[in-house]
Design a binder for this molecule. Sequence first.
Ligand code: ADP
Ligand code: MG
Length: 338
Amino acid sequence: MTLLEVRDLAVTYQGGAAAVRGVDLTLEAGQKLGVAGESGCGKSTLALALLRLLPAGTRITGRVTLDGEDVLGMRWGQLRAVRWAGASIVFQGAMHSLNPVHRVGDQIAEPILLHGRATAAAARKRAGELLEQVGLPAARASAFPHELSGGQRQRVMIAMALACEPRLIIADEPTTALDVMIQAQILRLIEHLVADQDVGLIMISHDLAVLADTCDRLAVMYAGRVVEEGPARSVHEDARHPYARALSAAFPRIGDPASRFAPQGLPGDPPDPSALPAGCAFHARCPVALPVCAADDQPLRDAGPGRAAACVHVTGVPESAGPPGDPAAPPENARSTP
Ligand code: ADP
Ligand code: MG
């Protein structure tokens, strides 16, 4: 069964910010999907929506199915079981997610106890095992967060995320706050854990190179939409959407310190999601925009095997499409719905 299916997901915050718009994603168990995009493009909102962790008053529409269960329609009790046991999130900046006055071992044991999975003694033992699994000595369980380095704290966060053996792990910028050497270690750790346990991974980052190195597939988000999707290497090395190309040019290599900031050579910022421009949301920054781009938003189009991009310049008419100008034919290049 497909692990995660997201269909036409849209999130609008109270006040009108359309932070996620019409997102479709599919993830199988054991697959690693990278979600890329500049700050403000809706990546964290997407992650939070998958587990319904958004503030009250936020409007969510569409469908999210996790292991066949409809997450958006779930009652509170079911939802609580899904969080941690079904899916869990590793956030950026572990210092802010860990409780400073509790020993890390107790914090790892807490979700295990909350889910009634073990006695206190068994949960403590499991916390030690989880620490070893993420490369820390079990004895570090008695440490307080401030006694650990940034990389060690992020390992603790990963141990917490693994505690209830989730089917899906969402890692939102898990290494952005870490230095380059530690970043590589943490990425390898996440990769190995995912491979060993056949869970699904959604890894979020502004760094396309990091994602291309870690993930099977990539989705590039801009202004709340997925503007390009495909096999990780092809998207990184041969992006079809001008935004994905700019992002890829900005992050040429893993761990390049110069490439940890906004895409170089791309003027301006992503639009404010409460005042989106007409047409393609990227057109004002796009080096190859045509007049039509300011008028009409572009749908995702077929861009080669397993690939799609939401750009008027994407060519390669699918074979099923009729001859140009045939009114009965599907729109040229329109992506066929699976
Ligand atoms: P990313 O993770 O890609 O940086 P976010 O999902 O955090 O993007 O934010 C997407 C947009 O939603 C941003 O413009 C941000 O200002 C807006 N936003 C995020 N959280 C809230 C909130 N609680 N209320 C209103 N707007 C928000
Ligand atoms: Mg974010």
